[in-house]
Ligand binder design. Structure first.
Ligand code: HEC
Ligand code: HEC
Length: 242
């Protein structure tokens, strides 16, 4: 356990959040590890480009929601809701329509809590399509960030865990889901000083409990709910420790 003065943390958080995309990119940010799968000729040529757009938008939504940034999350959701669908099979269009409808609901979420629930559900709509049409090998996280003992590194590992769980829902992949949980369970915790110390300790304990209930692997819906609960804890601690 580590202690950091609140003042230092609060100053650094916003800057830090802006820097994460560079340090913590997942699949789409690592072309050397993650070459886009070739698009079969029967499919519209824009599938891969569109998937990268989906991915970037949902990653931004996920990252915005761990700091209660509802404005960014809703704006990006609106983009997903309005993405044009090139028409392929009617089955394809149906999956796309369901996803767009869910993104629309997210775009008008009344608060960050409901947005987290809608966003993690949205990931199951991505999965519904991938399950039949995408090679699971295309969904790969970057390596786990190394731990240099800083609070920043501790949070990078929290973020890696949560994003890998999220990727596990999108793919869908039980291995990724489990890897993310395992990382979240073992990531170094951050404590704060002062009158928030107790609340922060309670949130750390809650996160540990959520990440270690191995028996709750469940179905896609259960995983989405579990991930929303995890993100609720991230956001709750950021709200009081910033
Ligand atoms: C016990 C409190 C606590 C919990 C729980 C928590 N965080 Fe944090 N987090 C912090 C604090 C404090 C900072 C500010 C760190 C700083 O200023 O360097 C922070 C910063 C961050 C940052 C910016 C990090 C950076 O690069 O410096 C990310 C990303 C992050 N947290 C992700 C998460 C995720 C994802 C979760 C949930 C899985 C989570 N955190 C849970 C306290 C917490
Ligand atoms: C209508 C079906 C469908 C929906 C809905 C869908 N995807 Fe995909 N996705 C695919 C297919 C098919 C592939 C495999 C790509 C290929 O064959 O080029 C894929 C691949 C991907 C890839 C790997 C791309 C690459 O080639 O590197 C990512 C990332 C991705 N999807 C993200 C998402 C996200 C995030 C969502 C939800 C917001 C989503 N997708 C929703 C069909 C879909």
């Amino acid at each position: 356990m580590r202690r950091y003065p609140i003042a230092v943390q609060s100053a650094a958080l916003l800057v830090a959040v802006l820097l994460i995309p560079a340090s913590l990119g997942l699949a789409c940010r690592t072309p050397e590890r993650h070459e886009p799968a070739p698009v079969p000729s029967s499919r519209p040529v824009t599938v891969s480009a569109m998937m990268h757009a989906h991915f970037a938008a949902t990653r931004d939504i996920h990252r915005a929601l761990i700091v209660d940034d509802l404005v960014t999350a809703k704006a990006r959701a609106r983009e997903v809701a309005q993405m044009p669908d090139r028409t392929g099979s009617s089955e394809w269009d149906r999956s796309a329509r369901l996803l767009r409808a869910q993104a629309g609901r997210l775009a008008s979420a009344p608060d960050a809590n409901q947005a987290r629930s809608l966003a993690t559900q949205m990931a199951t709509f991505c999965a519904d399509c991938h399950m039949f049409r995408a090679d699971p090998g295309v969904f790969r996280p970057v390596p786990i960030p190394s731990d240099d003992g800083s609070v920043r590194a501790a949070m990078a590992r929290h973020a890696w865990g949560a994003e890998t769980m999220w990727l596990g829902v999108i793919a869908p992949s039980t291995d990724l889901w489990r890897e993310g949980m395992r990382e979240l369970a073992s990531a170094p915790r951050v404590e704060v000083e002062g009158n928030r110390a107790r609340d922060v300790a309670i949130l750390n304990a809650r996160l540990g409990a959520l990440a270690t209930s191995w028996n709750l692997l469940g179905g896609q819906g259960d995983r989405a709910r579990r991930l929303a609960e995890v993100l609720d804890v991230c956001a709750a601690c950021h709200a009081i420790s910033r």
